[in-house]
Design a protein around this ligand. Sequence first.
Ligand code: GP9
Ligand code: MN
Length: 716
Amino acid sequence: MAKEKKNRLKKIKKSFKEMPKKVKIFFKNLPNNTKVFIKNLPSNTKTFIKNFPHNTKFFVKNNALFTFFVISNLINSILLRTFTVKNFTAISPILADAAFVLIIASFAFLFKPKNRFKYFITWEIILTLVCLINSMYYSNYVSFTSFSLIATSMQIFGVGDALENVVEIKDFCYIWAPIIFFYLNYSLKRRGYFDKNFDREKRKTKFAQALGAGIIVLICFLMTVTGTDISRLYKQWNREYVVMKFGIYIYQANDLVASLKPQISPLFGYDAAAKEFREYYDEYPSEESDNKYTDIFKGKNVIAIHAESIQNFLLDTEINGVEITPNLKRLASEGLYFSNFYAQESVGTSSDSEFTYNTSLLPAGSGTVFVSYWDREYVTIPKLLKEQNYYTFSMHANKPNFWNREVMHKQLGYDKFYSYTNDFEIKDEDILGLGLNDKSFFSQAVDKIKNIDSKYENWYGVLIMLTNHTPFTALEGQEELDLTYKYKKVNEQTGVEEEVTNDYLTDTILGNYFETAHYADEAIGELVDKLDREGLLEDTVLVIYGDHDAKIKRSEYDYYYNYDPETDSKLDEDDPRYEEFTKYDYELNRKVPFIIWTKDGEYQKEIKDVMGMYDVLPTLGNMLGIHSDYALGHDIFSDDDHFVVFPNGNWLTNKMYYDSQNGEGILLNEGDIISSDYIEKYTERAEKEVTVSNDIIVHDLIKKTKESEKIKGENK
Ligand code: GP9
Ligand code: MN
């Protein structure tokens, strides 16, 4: 035995020694070998094509289970997409599904032929179930299922729902595959098909060949994948898109990993996280504030408007003399207007802003709270108001499972989530962009609020808008704003001054954004009018927040601000009139409006201090008489140290915007001087806030702290 080991080592050593020589020979022969390969290519290809039918027949005959497994699962995945997203002819998901199935099937060759069936049938059943369950889920939720939602999706089959309401006949069309597979195996067995003698070597070769085929198909698929596709796969919330691109099997496998992550990460680092959390709140306790705004709106009803992609600069923008958001501008001037307010969203965009608004915590460091950490305990505005006997609700005219809202809104403490599928009447002509248009949504929402108002003494509701959503093409064909550039120019031939009209912003993303934002603003105006007509504004506070910036490229702003009508394009960068829209201009311009308005106009003020979405709970909460012990933000009227941290660690004060990624920043006011200690202090604060927030989310620290306090209380 020892001798054998020695010999093996000797052999390995020898082959290492010979490696440089072999590599040299390989490169020396490379031109010649390549030449021969290219020379023989046509005849080899010809032979390959000629022998293909015969070889395929031979392969199928000798690998019947393998062939059936691959083809049946491919057919099922195509069937599923035919019945759901309907992109059955798209090549990418077919390649992705084929690669997945081939790779899985290749491992069967590592088993003896007699045992292969067990391996195949296990996978055949799993993959059939993936199709069947997703088909049922899609019929009900118009999306694909997730392992992270197993507990929730079971609720739809729960007590009340009769199965016939949930299941459709077509959902069962996938089970032909395992049934025929069983039969195929049975009949092959009877014919003695598996009694052939395969030696070990052959099995390994077959495995390598099948795996190789799978990898080649995978490479072909990867060639069709873009950065956006990868980012969507990572975020995993746009499930339909992921299935349309990556096929159902990769979608589900990726979903399994994404769903396990939140279960696995809390297993590590709990003690350190809990320590950091305790130390943080000892040093920076979330204190109740006492200022002239305390309890001013206690007992009032609240309508919060989640204004999709509305940026603050729109309020001061006019195009050809037309204001883009005149209604928001008016409301801002009649109420408390926070003009340096920043959303703090991460990859979870709308859902992150909802989370931060409601909890005064930051978005999760990886994945999104709504999708991956929905089962943790959070202190939220609706929950705190419910303690004061408010009825709380949310309304949104998109599919209820978008961003997992259906589940998460319950967790956030809303008594009811009124959604597209269940609660709004959708006429074809009312569909714009992602769903029901904002005007119809608001109009229907007011009718529902009227009903709520007649039943409940106090209520709080959030209305989540939709039409002003990227790619901002919802209004195509019904343009209202004139996005052209008009100017006077002397005609060189006639010498007469003429008006020239250039396209300017027409058909640009920024121009389209102005269009849909203008529409959204009109919708807000109509909402306020209808609420007023219905007498719903007398005892109500209106809160409006832009949920995040429109994510439009910096180059679009550069063109907008540096437009040269003479050339109908952007000014040359060497032109003295050119003023670059810098990356800092861009970051600072991402601010969104935050307005607190009442009809009586009692509180009118523009607050210019910087403020973040996480300051909403402490600031608005102080007005409503509610408080969270775990708020990371501050009441802007009680705090002098105004500070906003972004999920990537960048931060902003009244004096500075600091880019933590590059370790550089800019001063906001001329003449200000800051020290390196200033940067160090706020960078440290930024890190602490991001870390503690993430620890709370991942390790469910609010729940655990409450539990341990309860135990301590009981033991006293
Ligand atoms: C979807 C809507 C938009 O229902 O809220 O979400 P976003 O893409 O902005 O995160
Ligand atoms: Mn949004």
